[in-house]
Design a protein around this ligand. Sequence first.
Ligand SMILES: [Zn+2]
Length: 127
Amino acid sequence: MGVVEEGLRRLQVGPYACPLCGLPQDRVPTLDQDWILLEPGLEVPAHLVPAEHRWITLSDGRVAVYGVCPPDGSQRCRIEHRLACSNQPLPDLWPWLTALRAENARAAQRRTDPEPPRGPQELPDAG
Ligand SMILES: [Zn+2]
């Protein structure tokens, strides 16, 4: 592929195959003069998505993070394909929930750990 073709490919807007799963993603310009790969054909209620992962489409076709908390009840948003991609690890979407799970894992481990060994059961010979 030539440099010009590569440049045109990089500017492509619209369907763009995920290199990890082969499914199409929408390559969309952001307000920050960058690009993001969004899950095509999916808009979910914003309250179901962590604020930093919500993308809304602006009137000019670019997208921006919708970080309003709490979100408008009727607002819908798009998500990055990497969140839905079966071949990529899911990022830590809810850090407080991850911390709770880790604490519960420690609590469960403490419950199943054997009792620490006790000292000799005999009383010392006091004479
Ligand atoms: Zn993928």
